[in-house]
Design a protein around this ligand. Structure first.
Ligand SMILES: [Zn+2]
Length: 133
């Protein structure tokens, strides 16, 4: 039996280019963001508020502090009121997003899965009722 010539690769089946890392930006409004400073209080976390849309962003350089980042952001959104913080519900009172992020370069990498444990990331939390940018 004769071997047929190999079917040429479909021209439309090009390998998609990986999106390149970019300087850190807000996951809600895409405003450029400086590397967040260390937060005040009993925490090692770094975080800040987006100056354009008021989203709270928290750095999680090891990708292992998502729970702590969430609790800290809730407290910030509730102005330090723990009872109010505990009552905030995602999708009702606030929205959250996450971007893979490198602490050393302060760049986000859209090609990485930021939800994977151990991937450095920036967490974003924005209270509903804040104006959309
Ligand atoms: Zn923003």
């Amino acid at each position: 039996m004769l071997l047929k010539p190999r079917k040429p690769l479909e021209p439309g089946l090009k390998q998609t280019l990986r999106p390149a890392p970019e300087p850190a930006y807000c996951a809600f409004c895409r405003n450029a963001l400086a590397a967040p400073p260390r937060l005040r209080g009993p925490t090692d976390l770094h975080g800040a508020v987006c100056p354009r849309c008021a989203a709270t962003y928290i750095a999680d350089p090891t990708g292992k502090q998502g729970g702590e980042a969430l609790m800290t952001a809730l407290r910030i959104m509730a102005d330090g009121d723990d009872d109010r913080a505990m009552g905030l519900r995602e999708g009702i009172d606030y929205d959250s997003r996450v971007l893979a992020w490198s602490e050393s370069s302060n760049e986000v990498d859209p090609s990485l899965d930021a939800t994977r444990y151990g991937v450095g990331r920036l967490w974003f939390f924005r209270a509903r009722g804040l104006a959309d940018a």
